[in-house]
Each structure stands twice: as structure tokens, then as C-alpha cells.
Write a protein that binds this ligand. Structure first.
Ligand code: ZN
Length: 487
């Protein structure tokens, strides 16, 4: 009987393909069934539903606070970019041209100059900076923008790659090269700390190879996470743009020595892709598992509907909700009459709520509740006395456990190899990160990609000190690089 009781709620949620069976189907099922996002009649564009958007708002708040604490401010720039402006930075145009959407008509008139819908905003922001920056006294400029961008994608997947997506893009201008480099590193460190603290998603930070760097950048750095299927996800990038954009857009200032100089600029961004990262880092066969710090509901209270529960159980459930909310805990009280408790258990489990609180007439007699953890599935009878404090600390424990679990998974799926045969064998089997020596040549990198589908994710800091030889050509390695099949 006990078994049956455990099994039954599962049967209500039938539309999720098991993760172990087909990861990619599982992902799409979770996105749709958990009501994070949905397809729209616009090809490649998703609607982010309220539950998914609530996660995005928590991500925004966490990042926005960190940006402001480090001296950045928000502003807003136009969606459209005149064609002539886009053409000014040659590498940038070449990199983005295949992906831009054009506006050629306004109302019933053809435009004299075509407009691009921003794929990113270096161009328009650089143009404005050239007006705003005149003297070294105007520097640094530390601006961030929360916006949508459009990149014409052929193959799309909700949150991971869509034609229109939401992100933040920081654009800064500095007096010296060293300051621009410091800024690039400061932001990368913020991204790493944010991903690990808030999303419980461990990441590798390092430098991109030249062939993977941002179009027009001098150097690109990234954070890379490992998803549940062993593929890597680039979760954020920070670019040192050198003086490339300053020269193309005439961002010039009078220096302390009265000479006219070009500014040193950076740009950096993370997007709604992070939500895809959270889904694929933590989820299981039953659906989503959300880290408490970004869960729209950290606790769901399910009253057990027996007898006159509306007079007895419901008021207690409401009182608990009020207490928890007073402590800043995000709580949903699911008092819907039309659904059974069993259905609700399965539903909120599938939607990834970290902690479920069950309360019924018997619990009230015993002055306790039943807490069920989403991450471990443990059920914990917990006294009413001191409940709020207990829940607060459990949420912290869950957050920590999810991070540690993901770190452990990454460790198991990260291998260091010295021969190309080992490299290929690993990439054909259960993929993950493979660490290997690399000579620094784009040719070796391209051959590895063509032969194994693995891309060079990044070169972690300090890895240049490692002695060894290139896994592909056998020449002396510049350092160790992390490779993986990637999203
Ligand atoms: Zn090589």
C-alpha cells in the first residue's frame, strides 16, 4: 500500500519524457509543462510565461545589485541601428552580418537607409559615447542595459537559442588598457560568483581562443557550465574590446597630458540562457529542480483536504504562510479545491519548488507539519514550534546540496588526457569536459572540432604554466584548454 501511495501522484504527470531516455525531449517537456515558456506563431521566438519570467526577475535582481555595488548604472539605447553605423567595425560586421534582421520599410515608405535590429549594442552605444566622452575626467563610463536583442537563428531551442532574447549588456569606457582589463576581469568574477551562489551552477572561468572570441574584441573571457547530458553551456562572456570600437566610433578624449587618445572599452553579457542552464544542471526525471535563491516559490504549502479542512487546516496553513512571508520567504499556498493533494504534490514537484509543506488534521493534533525536499525527496516531520527558522535553514541546505551535487557531477565528467585517441574515445562515449594540452593554433582547434564535434570552451587562468604537448599535433603546448561538445 505504501508503495502505491508513493507511485500514484507520479501518474498524474505523464507528459515528461524521462531525462535518461531523451535529454533533449525531456528539456522541451520541462519547459512546456512547468510553464516556463511556450512556442509562438513567430518562428524561433518564445513567450516567457509568468513562472519563467519570475525566475528571470530574480536573476535580474541578483545581477543588478552586483553591478550597482561595483559602480555601474543602467541606461537604455535604441532597438534600431542604421546600416552605415554597423559597417564601421569590420570584424564586428563580418561576425554578425549572417544573423541580423533588417527593417527596410516604415509605414508605406521604403527607408532611405536600412536599419538593423540590434544583435548587440556596441555600435549604437559606441556612437553615443563618442558624444559624451571628451576628457579623461569623463572616464570611466560604466553603463549597463537590460534589453532584448535579435539574432536570426536557424535552429532554436527555448532559452538556449532563440531569435529574440532578453539579456543585460554592459558597456564601459576607460582611460587605460589596464583599467579596461580590470573591468573585464571584475565582471567575469561577478558572473562566476553569481552563477555559483544564486544558480548553484558551478562554472569554469577562462579565456576564449581567438576563433571563439566576440567579433571585434581583443580578448573574450567566458564562464562555462556542464549540463546534465555532459554538454557544456557558455553561460556568460566578458570582452576586452581594446581600442577597436573606440577607433571605429571615434570615442576620443583629451588625456591628462593634453593629447587626444582613444578610450579602452569593454562589453559583457548574460541572457535568459541562464534559465536553460538551471534546468539542465539540476533537473531530474520528475522535472525541474530550482535552487531556492531563484525559485519563484521556495515553499509550497499543500493542505490535506479531509473532513472540515477549510475550517481547521486552512487557517493554520494561512498562518504559516504569513509567518514565512514575514521572514522574506516566497510561499505559495495551494488551496485550490479542484485538485487533490496527490495531484498537487506531483505538479509542484515537476515545477521544481524546493520545499513542500504538507499539513493535515493529524499534523495539527501532533502540532507538526511534513516537509518534503525536492532535491533529495526526503520527508521530514517537523514541529510547528520553530518552523520558520527550520525552513529558512533547510532552504540554505538545499541550495548548498544542489551546488555540491553539480560540482561532483562535473568532477566525474572531467578527464585530463594526453593522447588524441583518448580524447576521441571520451567524446564518443559519455561526453563531459576533456582537459588537454593545446599548441595555440587555430588549425588544431578546427581539426579537433571537425573530427570530434568538441569545441575549445576556454583556457582557465594559470593553465599556461602547465607543461605538455598539444593533444592534436604533438608540438609544445601553450597551456591546457577545456574542450567539450557544447550548446
Ligand atoms: Zn597543435
Amino acid at each position: 500500500m505504501a508503495d502505491q501511495k508513493e507511485q500514484k501522484p507520479q501518474a498524474f504527470v505523464t507528459e515528461i519524457t524521462p531525462r535518461s531516455e531523451d535529454f533533449s525531449r525531456w528539456y522541451l517537456d520541462v519547459v512546456r509543462r512547468a510553464e516556463l515558456a511556450d512556442y509562438t506563431p513567430v518562428k524561433g521566438c518564445m513567450a516567457i510565461r509568468p513562472y519563467g519570467y519570475a525566475i528571470w526577475e530574480l536573476i535580474q535582481q541578483g545581477l543588478d545589485r552586483r553591478f550597482k555595488e561595483t559602480g555601474h548604472v543602467n541606461a537604455y539605447f535604441p532597438l534600431f541601428i542604421p546600416e552605415s553605423l554597423l559597417m564601421r567595425e569590420a570584424e564586428h560586421v563580418e561576425g554578425f552580418a549572417p544573423q541580423v534582421a533588417w527593417v527596410t520599410r516604415g509605414g508605406d515608405e521604403d527607408l532611405e537607409e536600412r536599419l538593423v535590429i540590434r544583435p548587440t549594442s556596441e555600435v549604437i552605444i559606441g556612437t553615443m559615447y563618442s558624444k559624451w566622452i571628451k576628457s579623461w575626467r569623463d572616464l570611466p563610463v560604466l553603463i549597463n542595459q537590460w534589453a532584448n536583442v535579435v539574432r536570426w537563428e536557424k535552429v532554436t531551442r527555448p532559452f538556449l537559442r532563440t531569435t529574440e532574447f532578453l539579456w543585460q549588456e554592459g558597456h564601459t569606457a576607460h582611460e587605460t588598457e589596464a583599467e579596461a582589463q580590470d573591468e573585464t576581469m571584475r565582471i567575469l568574477a561577478i558572473y562566476k560568483e553569481f552563477a555559483e551562489t544564486e544558480l548553484a551552477m558551478p562554472v569554469i572561468d577562462g579565456q576564449k581562443s581567438d576563433s571563439e572570441k566576440f567579433a571585434g574584441a581583443s580578448r573574450t573571457y567566458s564562464i562555462e557550465a556542464l549540463m546534465g547530458d555532459g554538454r557544456a553551456l557558455q553561460a556568460g562572456t566578458s570582452h576586452n574590446l581594446g581600442q577597436n570600437f573606440a577607433k571605429a566610433f571615434e570615442i576620443q578624449f583629451q588625456g591628462r597630458d593634453k593629447t587626444l587618445q582613444h578610450a579602452w572599452t569593454t562589453s559583457w553579457g548574460v541572457s535568459t540562457r541562464l534559465i536553460g542552464g538551471v534546468i539542465m544542471t539540476h533537473g531530474d526525471d520528475s522535472g525541474l529542480i530550482l535552487p531556492p535563491r531563484i525559485a519563484p516559490y521556495q515553499v509550497v504549502i499543500v493542505p490535506i483536504a479531509r473532513g472540515n479542512w477549510q475550517e481547521t487546516v486552512l487557517p493554520r496553513a494561512r498562518a504559516i504562510q504569513t509567518d514565512l512571508m514575514a521572514q522574506g520567504i516566497r510561499v505559495m499556498l495551494d488551496d485550490r479545491d479542484a485538485y487533490t493533494p496527490g495531484w498537487k504534490f506531483a505538479e509542484w514537484e515537476m515545477r521544481g519548488v524546493p520545499l513542500r509543506l504538507e499539513i493535515g488534521p493529524k499534523d495539527i493534533e501532533k502540532s507538526q507539519v511534513l516537509l518534503a525536499r525536492r532535491d533529495t525527496r526526503e520527508k521530514l516531520p517537523t514541529p510547528m514550534e520553530g518552523l520558520t527558522g527550520q525552513i529558512g535553514s533547510l532552504l540554505g541546505t538545499i541550495q548548498k546540496n544542489l551546488f555540491e551535487r553539480a560540482v561532483q557531477f562535473r568532477q566525474e565528467r572531467t578527464k585530463r588526457v594526453s593522447t588524441y585517441d583518448e580524447f576521441k574515445a571520451l567524446m564518443e562515449g559519455r561526453p563531459g569536459f576533456v582537459i588537454a594540452g593545446w599548441c595555440g593554433s587555430a588549425e588544431c582547434e578546427a581539426q579537433i572540432k571537425a573530427e570530434t564535434q568538441a569545441t575549445l570552451r576556454n583556457i582557465p587562468f594559470g593553465s599556461e604554466r602547465v607543461q605538455g604537448s598539444c593533444v592534436k599535433c604533438g608540438r609544445a603546448a601553450e597551456g591546457e584548454a577545456w574542450f567539450a561538445k557544447a550548446y
